[in-house]
Ligand binder design. Structure first.
Ligand code: ZN
Length: 271
């Protein structure tokens, strides 16, 4: 599933391809039953009005216009790409819009866990009120975040992935961050020390930025908007490496289930 780095890359790709401001000239719908039904009528409201920005918030891509935002979530396998008119349609192309004469941006999503929604300008704050801090934003106060996390009884890995507190970190990057910080994924937040939290926040920023630079991680099928895979998976220390030797201490990497997700860690390096 795309996490912050992969969504950020798609967002940057779309800014390069679409060069806001631009107008949507028309929509084409092939299949509307994604995770939620595509709001056809609402999307007609943003035809022929300038879309002046494409931004990321958490794992969402926001296309901003005077009338409101159309928002894309990539789910597990969503991807946007640009094609000229009369492109050879792929089996899982679900929606497209014309953004320049004869040029289309197409949404492809084999598993259909992604979705598209339309949010009025006046409701955008409400839409994201339950989402936490942006790990790469300069205004994020990590002291406040530490104080918040210290109150939690959940294991640190589960809390890191909870979008209510911190956004954009999913299963892959949570495992990698905790390895680099030397903190056990099973440790309760309340037991994690301030010094450990400082390391966690340091490595959160470092790893997310590094992953963006490496084009993200491609485990199964992540592609950017040019169809390219990422390469950050080659830098993993623990994720998906159960039974392999830890690069740091030579013990075996372990795997367990935590809140329904696989966690990978090195019991010797992570306390
Ligand atoms: Zn180790």
């Amino acid at each position: 599933m795309p996490e912050l780095p992969e969504v950020e890359i798609v967002c940057r790709n779309l800014n390069t391809i679409l060069k806001p401001p631009f107008n949507i000239k028309s929509w084409i719908f092939f299949r509307r039953d994604l995770r939620f039904k595509i709001p056809k009528r609402a999307l007609q409201q943003i035809i022929a009005v300038p879309i002046f920005a494409i931004k990321r918030r958490a794992k969402f891509i926001l296309f901003e216009s005077e009338t409101g935002f159309f928002i894309s979530h990539l789910g597990m396998t969503g991807a946007w790409r640009s094609e000229a008119k009369d492109w050879i349609r792929r089996k899982h192309d679900h929606v497209a819009f014309e953004y320049a004469p004869g040029q289309f941006l197409i949404y492809e999503d084999p598993r259909r866990f992604g979705f598209i929604e339309f949010i009025k300008k006046s409701e955008i704050e409400k839409r994201f009120k339950d989402f936490g801090a942006e790990p790469l934003a300069s205004h994020t106060d990590f002291e406040v975040l530490t104080a918040l996390f210290k109150k939690l009884q959940a294991p640190i890995k589960t809390a890191l992935m909870n979008q209510k507190f911190l956004v954009g970190v999913g299963n892959i990057y949570a495992s990698e961050i905790l390895f680099r910080a030397g903190v056990s994924p099973l440790k309760k937040c309340s037991k994690v020390t301030r010094a450990q939290f400082q390391k966690i926040w340091h490595w959160t920023q470092f790893i997310l930025k590094d992953a963006i630079e490496k084009g993200g991680s491609t485990i199964n099928n992540y592609r950017n908007s040019y169809g390219e895979t990422g390469s950050y998976q080659s830098k993993f220390f623990v994720y998906d490496l159960a039974g392999e030797t830890c690069k740091n201490c030579n013990s075996k990497i372990k795997q367990i289930m935590q809140s329904g997700r696989s966690t990978f860690w090195c019991p010797r390096c992570q306390k």
